[in-house]
Design a protein around this ligand. Structure first.
Ligand code: SAH
Ligand code: F3S
Length: 481
């Protein structure tokens, strides 16, 4: 789910219908995971009611909000550099205010406000509803901070304003926070405890998106399989719920089925699945409904049982393989993608080989691969020495990436000669004569535009491919239109 920083930098334009006279312009820039992009849409919505229009032009901005990512050191460095650039802009335009949102706000608030004095406002991921008050503070010349993490905030009652949208695909967040405590990961510290959003508000959002012409949604959470609604409250407090609450609780497979039934023509995707929480019910629901896409993002992180245990991933590699076998049996056409970390503390050559063996076993359709980056405050950061030399991490990473590239090609070639339903998302990056869309497995497909339109479901005959892209020709609308 993670995007590169280059891909991630983006401003957003939108003309809201708010006719407030005190209109101000908000320039919002998002980094990191899909959840941050989704959160920026919540922030735009909260501020629209305060008279803020979003703009894509920094020169028009009265307020810049940077929605930040702390997942790896490099992400933070890039954002800090960006913040110092804003600081320079502020010197020439003193009325411009700059706020930091997201994970860095939570993690290094004091540095941003005190030591480096580069921002006016610091707002953590659970405090966006406080933005109107915080902006008033800033307007009256004071720094404003709210980084309080919440037990129940899910923003279920905020209708996101879609930013930079293709009008076809949208994210719908279903959980916030994470209780898993993988030893390398900063997310539980920056986004707090796991809580699930009221299914009714999720279904309402899906129905509204359909009415507005959207054709595909991705249900978002750090660990979607752990979704659990029992009337509100933290996942960890479920044990204390009443018998009635327990009996009527909604799990992720229930929610997925509800979503598939609510809009039978809408494509449903979800991300991310944690192997230790993914159950067969979910895979069975996927098999039952045509509109649930055949793709599971199933991060493995490492193929070595010893490293998995050091990472506090609560499954063995054998259990992971069993899950893969079950998925292949129930959903033979399902794409599977991965996240992998190379060079976790104490990782040996043998552990690394076990990761390569895992790649060979699964032959993932695609993946996101990273060198380990020590995060202060995490269990690994506190207790383990970052002892794999950078050069070794990088070499192992490039071996993993090279093997994954072979598997991408292997999987992509399997689509050749088939007719597949593609949802058109927009023009292809390479040619404005071609459409770009995705098949159910989430592989990118390009084909000549002909009479088809953005948002159409089209049957495409796949004639050719590169390692990551399918090339085809449309043979007609699919019955889903
Ligand atoms: N469950 C989350 C995972 C968030 S982090 C989700 O929704 O995707 C995304 C990925 O970043 C992780 O799966 C992991 O592979 C990688 N990652 C997290 N912390 C890292 C670290 N300290 N160093 C390197 N990679 C890391
Ligand atoms: Fe991070 Fe593990 Fe949660 S990777 S987001 S602690 S599932």
């Amino acid at each position: 789910m993670e995007k590169t920083i280059d891909e991630a930098i983006q401003g957003s334009t939108l003309q809201t219908e708010n006719k407030n006279i005190n209109k101000r312009n908000l320039y919002i820039e998002s980094y990191g995971c899909a959840m941050n992009f989704s959160d920026s849409e919540i922030v735009a919505s909260i501020l629209a009611t305060e008279g803020f229009n979003t703009t894509q032009n920094l020169n028009d901005a009265d307020l810049v909000l940077v929605n930040t990512c702390s997942i790896r050191d490099k992400a933070e460095q890039t954002i800090r550099k960006r913040l110092t650039e804003y600081n320079k802009v502020k010197k020439t335009r003193p009325h411009l205010k700059v706020g930091v949102l997201g994970c860095m706000a939570e993690r290094i608030k004091d540095k941003l406000l005190d030591e480096e004095k580069i921002v006016d406002m610091v707002v953590g991921p659970d405090a966006y509803k406080d933005l109107p008050n915080l902006i008033k503070e800033v307007d009256s010349g004071r720094d404003a901070v709210n980084v309080i993490l919440s037990k129940d905030e899910t923003y279920g009652d905020v209708a996101p304003i879609r930013l930079n949208s293709n009008g076809v695909t949208a994210f719908v967040s279903i959980t916030r926070g994470c209780d898993n405590m993988c030893t390398f990961c900063v997310v539980p510290f920056t986004r707090g405890r796991e809580r699930s959003r009221d299914p009714h508000s999720i279904l309402e959002e899906i129905n509204e998106l359909w009415q507005k012409g959207y054709k595909e949604i991705t249900l978002l959470g750090q660990n979607v399989d752990s979704y659990l609604w029992y009337g509100g409250g933290l996942k960890k407090d479920f044990e204390k719920a009443s018998e009635m609450q327990k009996a009527t609780a909604i799990t992720f497979s229930n929610l997925l089925e509800m979503a598939a039934l609510a809009q039978p023509k809408m494509r449903i995707r979800f991300s991310t699945s944690n192997p230790q929480d993914m159950t067969l019910d979910v895979i069975k629901v996927m098999a039952k409904y045509n509109n649930i896409c055949n793709h599971i993002h199933l991060p493995v992180q490492s193929g070595s049982n010893r490293i998995l245990s050091e990472m506090n991933r609560l499954h063995t590699i054998e259990e992971y393989f069993k899950l893969i076998d079950d998925i292949r049996e129930i959903l033979p056409d399902c794409a599977i993608s991965q996240d992998i970390i190379s060079g976790f503390p104490t990782e040996t050559e043998e552990d690394h080989k076990a990761t390569l063996k895992t790649l060979d076993y699964v032959k993932y359709d695609f993946g996101y691969m990273y060198a380990y980056s020590e995060r202060p405050g995490t269990m690994a950061g506190r207790k383990m020495k970052d002892d794999v030399p950078e050069s070794v991490k990088k070499r192992r990473l490039s071996e993993i990436i090279a093997l994954q590239r072979e598997h991408c090609r292997y999987r992509t070639e399997k689509h050749l000669g088939k007719v597949q339903e593609v949802l058109i998302e927009g023009p292809s990056k390479k040619s404005d004569q071609q459409w770009m869309g995705r098949n159910s497995q989430s592989t990118v497909v390009v084909f000549p535009k002909e009479k088809y339109q953005i948002g159409d479901f089209v049957n495409v005959k796949i004639n050719d491919c590169t390692s990551a892209t399918l090339i085809g020709e449309a043979i007609g609308h699919s019955p889903n239109n």
